[in-house]
Structure formats: C-alpha cells, structure tokens
Ligand binder design. Structure first.
Ligand code: NAD
Ligand code: ZN
Length: 254
C-alpha cells in the first residue's frame, strides 16, 4: 500500500506522531490529493488528473473568464457542483480531529472544495478561494453560488449582480493574485511554525508552496514524491485517507 515496508512505515509514523505531539505550533498544508478519496480528481495524476487537458487549462485563467464568462461557466459549473456535493473523507476528518485535540493550530489549503470546513476544521485558510459564493467583478458585492447554477438552467448566463456587473466565483484563477487568506496564513506562519504537516500536494504550485518554507520541520504525506521530500523530517508515502487516521491513533497512543 505504501511502498515502504511495514516495520519502516510504523517507525516513520511514530516519528511523525512524536513531532506533532512536541510541536507547539503545528499547521497542515493541503492540496488536491487530500480530496481525491472524496471523488474529486487532482490536477496532475496521470489518467485522472484534469490538467493534461490543455483546453481546460487555457479556460481557467482570469483573462479567459473576462473574455467569455458564458463559456467559462458552462465548462466549470458541472465540475464545481461535484466539488460542492462531495463529502469529507477520513483524511479531512483526521485533520479536524488533530485540531480538536489541540495538536494542529489550523489548516492552510489550496483546495476550493470546502471539505475541511465540512469535516469540522475550524481554523482554515483557503489560499485559492472557495465556492461558497460569487462576487461582483465591478462592485465586489457577493451573491449565492446558486445564482450561477440558476443562470445556467435558465440560459441567462453569465450571472449578474444587482449593479449589472458580471458575478465571478470567489476563486483564484491562473494569472490572478492570491486570495486574502494567503497573506493571513503567511503572517500567522511568520510568527512561528514548528511543524507543517503537508498532505496531498505536489508542492509545485506557487506561490502557495512557498508557505511550507516558513516551517521549521516538514512531515509530508503524499502518494508521489515532491520537490520538498529531501528536506522533510518524515515522508509517509501512500493514501492520505489511510495514513492520517493511523497518525491520529499514534498521537493518541503516546
Ligand atoms: P496536484 O494535483 O498538483 O497534486 C496532488 C498531489 O496529491 C500529487 O502529488 C498526488 O501524488 C497526491 N495525491 C493524490 N491522491 C492522493 C491521496 N489519496 N493520498 C495522498 N496523496 C495523494 O495538487 P496541488 O498541489 O493541490 O495543486 C493543484 C492546484 O489545483 C491547487 O492549486 C488546487 O487549488 C487546485 N485543485 C483543487 C481541487 C480541489 O479543490 N479539490 C482539485 C483539483 C485541483
Ligand atoms: Zn455589483
């Protein structure tokens, strides 16, 4: 399952649990891989990843949205509806439990699916935004996400604000500035971060990946190698939904 022998894996798990227990300020940093076991594909996995599709990639930019918001919404609404209907998996729940136990000070996520909050995590920074609402491109007023799905059904896309401006999803598209949560997370980490528990991120998307550089120690839980594995204190290779509940059990066992 993990590609690491059972005895060695137990040893690594214990080391990660010890680091978590001893850290006074530990945070989690998550990417698309924490949600694949909830049925949401990540961007880079061969076969199921979304981004080998260059057409989708070209459409997910701020420029493409402004040029043709109707096409943008027609393309992405079906995908977002799946994100909104998805349920948290054991990995999301384990992170919420670690926070409730006082072992994690919060979760920084690149995901827009909202699954950490759904799982009960209370302190969450969504550095690429979220799908809970739309915002007006002109006056910045917000509107319910359903304004977009209703406009799709009634063939009145793009959804519009009461001021007449085009409503856009509150997510960060390629070529755009990060969400305000990025600066907030940066400021909090600068105050001190003993440990970052990285889960399901290729750590290749910037500037989000810079945040892990603010941590003293890294524990990485990921199915595939990442560019930060060499500087991690512990790398646990495998499925987040299987590893994180075991990590919680190991933290409790001490
Ligand atoms: P990524 O697609 O670049 O990498 C995902 C990583 O997760 C890979 O390294 C893969 O090996 C690993 N992975 C996949 N399934 C796993 C599992 N079950 N357990 C452990 N590891 C697993 O993802 P990224 O680094 O988050 O960057 C992609 C960008 O795409 C992010 O900016 C993110 O905002 C966005 N995105 C978000 C969602 C979502 O909201 N759920 C989905 C797709 C992409
Ligand atoms: Zn407006």
């Amino acid at each position: 399952m993990t590609g690491q022998s059972d005895a060695r894996f137990e040893d690594l798990l214990d080391r990660a649990a010890r680091l978590l227990r001893e850290a006074s300020r530990a945070y989690a940093f998550t990417g698309a891989g924490v949600s694949t076991e909830s049925g949401i594909p990540d961007f880079r996995s061969p076969g199921t990843g979304l981004w080998p599709n260059p057409e989708l990639l070209a459409l997910a930019t701020g420029d493409a949205f402004r040029r043709d918001p109707v096409r943008f919404y027609r393309t992405f609404i079906p995908q977002w509806l799946k994100y909104r209907e998805a349920e948290p998996n054991p990995a999301h729940r384990a992170l919420a439990e670690l926070e409730a136990m006082g072992k994690l000070a919060g979760v920084i996520t690149q995901n827009i699916d909202g699954l950490h909050r759904k799982a009960g995590s209370r302190t969450v920074w969504e550095v690429h935004g979220h799908l809970r609402r739309l915002v007006c491109s002109d006056c910045r007023a917000d509107a319910p996400f359903e304004t977009a799905t209703e406009a799709l059904e009634k063939e009145t896309l793009p959804p519009r604000c009461t001021c007449g401006g085009v409503l856009r999803p509150d997510v960060v598209l390629f070529g755009e500035a990060m969400a305000p949560d990025y600066e907030r997370a940066f400021a909090v980490l600068r105050q001190g971060c003993d440990l970052m528990l990285v889960v399901g991120s290729s750590l290749t998307v910037y500037p989000a990946a810079f945040l892990v550089e603010l941590a003293r120690d890294l524990v990485i839980v990921n199915r595939d190698p990442t560019p930060y594995d060499d500087r991690a204190a512990v790398v646990l290779r495998g499925k987040a939904g299987e590893i994180l509940p075991r990590l919680v059990a190991a933290v409790k066992a001490a």
